[in-house]
Design a protein around this ligand. Structure first.
Ligand code: NDP
Ligand code: 8G0
Length: 445
């Protein structure tokens, strides 16, 4: 069995050379679902895992645009339509200089299982560009978004593929992308999520990922007879997801002591309050890639070029970008008394860090912990289809229920004979079975 699994992974690597992030994401899933895969002969007859590892469609395109100096700039655009077995492709768009095909393939692959876990009918996809927004004017960002959508609009639609934001794509970019889609297609539909409230957005979507991860953390703590009250928390990043997590964790009684940016991290022993939380939004809107000004403004400490995992905390929430927490970081956290790592960025931890954390503390994987974002995107799609809006309380209540269901699924498939919950296995098996069964039912497509 072991030999077969290794052969499977070797064949995948040979077929997709150089796609390190994609291999990392696939390996984690394959290792944890292999028993479930072998247990059902239909999965093997239908080569379900092989199919799952090959995107249904990959679109790559040129994005030409004119900068404020009147020069032409060229970026590369992508949409990886990974799996539509249980619903239209759904997943964000990332604009960041680190974007490659491998990064978007890992994200689209993970998205398929995550979306399955949400209980909503959404397939998996991801897209984006290597565009770097740093130092760009608002007009440049609009022109870039318009050029990007001029091609993308041929491939998406409310019943086909529904993108949203991700790193570097927030409310402003979604507005420009939606405007261009509507202009070219002459259709007002729910083709994107994360829209402004005036044109079909859902209440609680901006908060959803950070709120959802906090609700998930609460269930993890309860399952370990523990409570969030008074917990010291390290968060990385200072974007949309970090903001939502700081807000809800603070409200639930935790003390968040760090946020971070590419320039280093902030240690604020006082914890956050509303003024500091509001300031995170201002910092992010500057497009300057720095958190250091927070330290000056609020008298906190700033550690240039360092990651927040050296701080002494009870819980860590990586919330920035993939592989931002490595084995050394995980060891340091655990040595300093950290009991919970709640992965909130996608693949925020390296494979070695995950293995170590699963054995030495409680580890929740991103595809379970951060699923609240895409879940509320699914609720935005439902509201758009109904041409009706739910209140913030209704959306938040549905989000809370979905996060509880995801936690229950993790426990169902992840609890071992010793009683410990392996959340990585639970999330992967739970997400896998639903997609696999749908694929078997739909034949060789
Ligand atoms: P944002 O663009 O709003 O924020 C990302 C933040 O991380 C930025 O502040 C970015 O700074 C910072 N960052 C990038 N690289 C580093 C680094 N090496 N160290 C520290 N900070 C860094 O994106 P989101 O908050 O939306 O996304 C954050 C993570 O959450 C991503 O992994 C995303 O895939 C995931 N996620 C997002 C969801 C959503 O609904 N938005 C849903 C589920 C998961 P800079 O831009 O200056 O590089
Ligand atoms: O709403 C979405 O489809 C979306 C946006 C950004 C990230 C994610 C994710 O689940 O990683 C989903």
């Amino acid at each position: 069995m072991e030999a077969n699994m290794n052969e499977f992974l070797e064949a995948l690597e040979a077929r997709t050379p150089g796609e390190a992030e994609f291999h990392q994401a696939v390996q984690e899933v394959v290792e944890t679902v292999w028993d479930a895969y072998l247990a059902n002969p239909k999965y093997q007859e239908n080569k379900i895992l092989e199919k799952m590892c090959e995107p249904e469609r990959t679109i790559m395109f040129r994005v030409p645009w004119i900068n404020d100096q009147g020069e032409v700039e060229i970026n590369r655009g992508y949409r990886v339509e990974f799996n539509s077995a249980i619903g239209p492709y759904k997943g964000g768009l990332r604009f960041h200089p680190t974007v490659t095909l491998s990064v978007l393939k890992f994200l689209g692959f993970e998205q398929t299982f995550k979306n399955s876990l949400t209980t909503l009918p959404m397939g998996g996809g991801k897209g984006g560009s290597d565009f770097n927004a740093k130092g760009r004017s608002d007009n440049e960002i609009m022109r870039f978004c318009q050029s990007f959508m001029t091609e993308l609009c041929k491939h998406i639609g409310p019943n086909t593929d529904v993108p949203a934001g991700d790193i570097g794509v927030g409310g402003r970019e979604i507005g420009y992308l939606f405007g261009q889609y509507k202009r070219i297609r002459n259709e007002f539909t729910g083709v994107l999520t994360g829209k402004g409230l005036e044109f079909g957005g859902s209440l609680v979507r901006p908060e959803a990922t950070g709120f959802g991860t906090s609700y998930f953390a609460n269930h993890v703590l309860a399952a370990h007879n523990d409570t969030i009250k008074g917990k010291r928390v390290a968060i990385s990043g200072f974007g949309n997801v970090a903001w939502g997590a700081v807000t809800k964790l603070t409200e639930l009684g935790a003390k968040v002591v760090t946020i971070s940016g590419p320039d280093g991290y902030i240690l604020d022993e006082e914890g956050f309050n509303q003024e500091k939380i509001d300031y995170m939004l201002e910092l992010r809107a500057t497009n300057n890639d720095v958190v250091a000004p927070y330290a000056e403004k609020f008298g906190a400490k700033f550690f240039a070029g360092k990651k927040p995992w050296e701080a002494k905390v009870d819980m860590a929430f990586p919330s920035a970008i993939q592989n931002e927490l490595n084995l050394e970081d995980a060891k340091q956290l655990v040595a300093n008394g950290c009991k919970y790592i709640i992965e909130t960025s996608n693949m925020g931890c390296t494979a070695e860090a995950v293995t170590y954390a699963v054995e030495n503390c409680v580890f929740a994987p991103g595809k379970a912990a951060n699923a609240g974002g895409v879940a509320v995107s699914g609720l935005e799609m439902s509201q758009n289809s109904m041409r009706y809006n739910w209140t913030a309380e209704e959306v938040d209540e549905k989000l809370g229920r979905i996060m509880k269901d995801i936690h229950d699924t993790c426990v169902k498939h992840g609890r071992g004979a010793d009683g410990r919950i392996n959340y990585v296995k639970g999330a992967n098996v739970g997400g896998f079975i639903k997609v696999a069964d749908a694929m078997v039912a739909q034949g060789h497509v």
